[in-house]
Design a binder for this molecule. Structure first.
Ligand code: ATP
Ligand code: MG
Length: 346
């Protein structure tokens, strides 16, 4: 038979166990009669103890002050506080009861705040990236309308530039759609046997671009590299995105090496190394974020939207793999992708 809840404290303790907020209860003397595990987690493990006075506990002074304010006002008081790197919402409710004279509820809103920030950043980045080409198209069209059409040569050039801007917008929209399709699982990854040499041959599509920039590309697959288990077309995009970046960020005369080899525990390692401009150490963690571009590459308008590496990470992680980057400014950059191999005998 279920145990009866004997007192209010037991009821509170039971309730605190059901909700994901932290709960602290104080008696009329200001002693802690209940400190739920979640509350202790959020306020600091040793910060408060049941049976000890709340006012001399090691709880953040802003929480102590909020409780004092609630006691004085006789009303619910609440505040958002950042405590130990967490965004907390703390509510203090005074009660007319000698056993429980104050209830303090603490909720962790860190994830919520983070998602809010990601969303606003995302929206402002999308608008920023789209605004440039949209404005360009509008200006070009306006110029054509107000007499530009009379000069056939100039008109042809304007129409050509409108086409280029439209292609750029199309690319942004396609990349965004690709990211959200992967995230939503709408078009699941296929799981096929991917031959690594064949996968890397996709780089051939970028050779004209590399030749144009006078950057050499060398591809090598170590003997014994197993096949990968994954989605060939999306993995092709991963490889192209990495090599495309390497070409973009490597000055003439530089070189790009793409190497595939067997990795630990049934994996395949693909390394893409360039002798390009490199990435500052403080930026290394940010390169996989959507829309992130180094300040120097941001200045070159119309050159990509900063989504390529976000797609790389998404696709690789959806395969159960991982991607990492090392770089030395002015020396070069190295991306390492690990992907699951087809199990032996499969
Ligand atoms: N091989 C590299 N060498 C130096 N910097 C790089 C390299 N790869 C990426 N970066 C930096 O990381 C940023 C983000 O790369 P990402 O591929 O996500 O975007 P992008 O190339 O600017 O645009 P997109 O790929 O959407 O066309 C780049 O703008 C650049 O600043
Ligand atoms: Mg890119």
């Amino acid at each position: 038979m279920a145990r009866m809840l004997a007192s209010e404290i037991d009821i509170l303790r039971g309730a605190a166990g059901l909700i994901d907020q932290g709960l602290v209860a104080l008696d009329a003397e200001g002693m802690v009669v209940l400190a739920s595990p979640t509350a202790r987690d959020l306020l600091g493990d040793d910060a408060l103890r049941e049976g000890a006075p709340f006012s001399t506990s090691h709880v953040d002074y802003r929480v102590l002050r909020l409780v004092d304010t609630a006691r004085e006002s006789g009303r619910l008081e609440e505040r958002s506080l950042s405590i130990r790197k967490h965004d907390l919402r703390v509510r203090a409710l005074p009660l007319d009861d000698s056993r429980v004279a104050m209830l303090v509820a603490i909720s962790d809103e860190t994830r919520l705040r983070h998602l809010e920030r990601v969303r606003t950043d995302f929206v402002s980045n999308v608008s920023h990236e789209l605004r440039t080409p949209v404005t360009a198209v509008r200006l070009l069209a306006e110029t054509l309308e107000s007499g530009g059409l009379d000069d056939a040569a100039a008109a042809a050039d304007f129409v050509h530039r409108i086409g280029l801007e439209a292609t750029h917008m199309e690319q942004i929209v396609e990349e965004l759609l690709e990211l959200s399709t992967i995230e939503s699982g709408l078009r699941p990854l296929s799981s096929e046997r991917v031959h690594v040499a064949e996968l890397l041959s996709t780089v051939d599509r970028l050779r004209p671009l590399a030749e144009d920039k006078e950057v050499a590309i060398d591809i090598e697959v170590s003997p014994g590299t197993p096949d990968i288990l994954g989605d060939a077309s999306r993995l092709g995009q991963v490889v192209r995105n990495l090599v495309h970046n390497a070409i973009k960020f490597t000055p003439a005369g530089g070189r790009i090496d793409v190497r595939a080899s067997p990795g630990d525990e049934g994996s395949v390692v693909i390394v893409c190394r360039d002798t390009g401009v490199g990435i500052a150490p403080t930026d290394l963690q940010r390169v996989f974020e959507r829309f992130w571009k180094a300040d120097s590459s941001r200045q070159r308008d119309g050159e990509g939207s900063g989504l390529g590496l976000a797609i790389v990470r998404h696709v690789v992680e959806a395969h159960g793999g991982s991607v990492s980057v090392e770089s030395e400014p002015r020396k070069g950059t190295e991306f390492t992708v690990r992907l699951p191999a087809v199990p032996p005998g499969a």
